[in-house]
Write a protein that binds this ligand. Structure first.
Ligand code: KG4
Ligand code: ZN
Length: 344
């Protein structure tokens, strides 16, 4: 295999059919199809609809990724696919497709962890991760702080949410505010016109609370109660102010805990990944706090923060270059794959 392998990545863990092509650490293409519009009226992703949409989008999206990259299927050196965590039916479509392509092409198949891929994608823009790094992973399904001695094989979870994920909190608060799903982008936009004037609670920040765990469920409830109380009293609710105040509470806790994890572990590189890493206030506050603490911050561009195929190809490529063994031909989908299992 070439020193810089050409890797085809498949991502189908939720509503996005993402197909990416990466050579070494170089991004060649990132084709995306999404079924989000079909889920919007349900206020959340409907697994059956997502699975069917992946099936329909799969082959055209692979062809688009190849055309965008200007490569032929026969040039591909390895195939990588999200093996979990995610929606089982959705994952299965990607795993089946990736196996079929790998078998037909006679190339190795790598089943990779979606969460590690959210971290690996940063290497496409900012080069190899410093080792060790602290990674904060904030998405619609997960919120964790990780110690990453070696992203190819050694990821340790320092803390995680004990209830809702950060993105889930954005989605639920958006619903309270009658903003569309998914809630992160509209809250981010609304907050730009508001002030963070309402003091919402910061979960698990007491002196005896676990240092790196998160809790966002109390915050979500506090926002809902506050809005209800205002409406009951006939007081106008400023959506921008509520959005800004809620967002500030999330961002404050996330960034404080990530910086603390760096300090406590003597690590001076922080990488932030996952859909919530697209949040403009999170990016700004993380930068301020890292600058103040002498920590180098790395955040992928917004486009690569949310789910895509390039992140899977990026992690696959890293595994190939590190000489990690490929997955067995009976690779399955694991909806609750632990964050520590980088590949399987
Ligand atoms: O990583 P991702 O695309 O999918 C999962 O693996 O879950 O993350 C999706 C989550 C959603 O909850 C969405 O509301 C949130 O990321 N998100 C944002 C922003 N853009 C997406 N949250 C806050 N601010 C944003 N700008
Ligand atoms: Zn994700």
């Amino acid at each position: 295999m070439a020193e810089e392998p050409l890797v085809l990545g498949f991502e189908t863990s939720c509503d996005e059919t993402g197909i990416g092509l990466v050579r070494g650490h170089t991004l060649l293409s990132d084709a995306l199809a999404t079924s989000m519009a079909e889920h919007e009226r349900f206020g959340g992703v409907v697994p059956e609809i997502a699975s069917r949409a992946h099936l329909e989008a799969m082959v055209p999206t692979v062809h688009r990724a190849l055309a965008d990259a200007g490569v032929a299927l026969g040039d591909v050196d390895a195939v990588a696919v999200t093996g979990g965590p995610g929606l089982t039916g959705a994952l299965l479509v990607g795993v089946a497709a990736a196996k079929a392509y790998a078998l037909a092409l006679g190339v190795p198949l790598y089943g990779v962890n979606h969460l590690a891929a959210h971290v690996a994608v940063d290497e496409l823009e900012h080069g190899r991760l410093a080792e060790p790094s602290i990674a904060m992973l904030v998405s619609g399904g997960h919120s964790s702080i990780l110690l990453v001695p070696d992203l190819s094989q050694d990821v340790q979870e320092l803390g995680r949410t004990i209830d809702d994920a950060a993105g889930e909190a954005f989605d639920k608060v958006a619903r309270v505010l009658d903003l569309p799903f998914p809630g992160g982008p509209p809250i981010d936009r609304a907050a730009q016109d508001g002030t963070a004037s309402i003091a919402f609670p910061r979960g698990l920040t007491g002196p005896r609370d676990p240092a790196y765990d998160f809790s966002f469920s109390g915050l979500k409830t506090a926002v809902a109660r506050w809005v209800e109380a205002q409406q009951r009293d006939g007081v106008h609710v400023s959506v921008p102010d509520v959005a800004a105040s809620f967002q500030e509470a999330v961002v404050d806790v996330l960034t404080a805990k990530a910086v603390r994890a760096c300090r406590d572990h003597g690590v001076d590189h922080l990488v932030v990944g996952g859909g919530v890493a697209a949040n403009s206030r999170l990016r700004a506050v993380a930068q301020e706090r890292c600058d103040a603490a002498g920590i180098v911050l790395r955040v992928p561009s917004r486009r690569l923060c949310t789910d895509n195929g390039a992140m899977v190809a990026a992690l696959g490529s890293r595994l190939v270059m590190a000489g990690v063994a490929p997955s067995a031909p009976d690779l399955g989908a694991d909806s609750s794959l632990p964050v520590e299992v980088v590949s399987r």
